[in-house]
Ligand binder design. Structure first.
Ligand SMILES: [Fe+2]
Ligand SMILES: [Fe+2]
Length: 192
């Protein structure tokens, strides 16, 4: 009886010691796609700032978000190097597509530019939240980073709403179209 209890307590201890680890391929996908997404975000805001100018009222608001995106991309650049993750081969595509999306929505007006922000940040925020459940206890620091960035993205989304994004003519179609584009870019950048 005493022996059985000892075996059981040993089993419990070893179970407690067992660490749930993050799947390596999932970790690589997370870093690759987040790096791609943050790069795309910097390019969208670059495109918008090019149209509005840094010194305009809207330009300053966008610059605040762009500065945070810069911090995000720099963090993922370091993670790409530290974890030896191959960046997506499609960076040149996201470079052009992001800038074009930013510039095109800015040319449609301030509200459309903010509608673009709402759509993009909504998708990125949701995407970050999904990743939090994929990362286990062996990557607590990365989890904390993603949590912080998800909060920044939510702030950007709310800035878009506060700047009358929803009053853009054709808001629903425009945002659905951009959301679809972002989701496609995410799916591709995980793998390629
Ligand atoms: Fe970001
Ligand atoms: Fe953002």
């Amino acid at each position: 009886m005493a022996r059985k209890q000892t075996i059981n307590s040993k089993r419990k201890t070893s179970r407690r010691k067992e660490r749930v680890l993050t799947d390596q391929s999932i970790l690589e996908e997370i870093i690759r796609v987040d790096h791609a997404g943050e790069f795309g975000a910097t390019r969208i805001y670059d495109g918008q700032i090019a149209i509005f100018g840094k010194k305009s009222k809207i330009g300053k608001t966008i610059k605040h978000m762009a500065d945070q995106e810069q911090e995000h991309i720099e963090t993922f650049e370091k993670l790409i190097l530290n974890h030896r993750v191959r960046p997506t081969a499609l960076l040149p595509v996201w470079n052009v597509a992001g800038y074009f999306l930013g510039a095109a929505t800015a040319m449609m007006g301030e509200k459309a530019a903010m509608a673009c922000t709402v759509a993009v940040e909504k998708v990125i925020g949701e995407h970050y939240h999904k990743q939090l459940s994929l990362l286990k206890g062996d990557h607590k620091k990365l989890k904390a980073t993603i949590k912080k960035f998800a909060q920044d993205e939510l702030e950007h989304h709310d800035i878009g709403i506060a700047h009358d994004a929803e009053k853009t003519p054709g808001y629903t179609i425009l945002t659905k179209f951009i959301e679809m584009g972002c989701k496609t870019a995410i799916a591709i950048s995980k793998k390629i």
